[in-house]
Write a protein that binds this ligand. Sequence first.
Ligand SMILES: [Zn+2]
Length: 260
Amino acid sequence: MKEIKVHGIVLREDPMGDKDKRLVLLSAEMGKLTILAKGALGAKSKFRSLCSQFCFGEYILTKGKTFYYIKEGTLAESFYELRTNIDRLAYGSFMLEVAEEFSLEGQENRDLLEILFRGLKMETLCQEGMESIPADVTVFRILAQNGYYPELARCRFSEGPEDPDHVLNTDDSVFLPGTGSVCCARCARSGRAGAGVRLSPGALAALRYSIEQPPQKAYAFTVSDEVRRQIHEAVTDYLVEQTEHTYTSLGFIAKITSAP
Ligand SMILES: [Zn+2]
């Protein structure tokens, strides 16, 4: 049987019966793949370390009728730290869920895999209390790269970025998730923009920074708790509105962040 070699991250693992696991893998070479890992639930399975959520590695597969099957593989990174802390786990799971929504079956997708890998890595390294930032930057970058690049340089009702009647940066602005645009304080007060997410000048600057910078710099900023909350609300409202999809992990994040 013909073998294929792919590199990828396990987005999802579900038990199949008592012994097997069904995996959804985001691979660089072939996008999203559904894989059956025979015997992976067994205590002595050689696939155990390869077949857990978040694992990144090289997978040798064979193609069956419905599934791909794992023949062998090598683990390169387990992102173990994400499983030892509930906040990191929640935001890591959020990234996986968004990557699954944006990945296509059978199509090469190195860019998405790269963004996801970096996001998970940053999540393991981020400062305590800042766990939402790596996930929100990652999701915002995924959106920007997949046809949802937001317009954050000017008020959407202005003549252009320099229009003196629509100044951003000096006062709070409002992010409009329905259009991926922003409006100035004056337009927000006039009520013409409709509902949106209030952004302080710092939050607007951070959102711009996170998509304009190259990947190795995009995560390098620190913000106050208030700004962090505004970023999370803007990114997640934008995601939900544009993809018209419900994300289970967002409900979980809301639960753990509202806990006393
Ligand atoms: Zn305006």
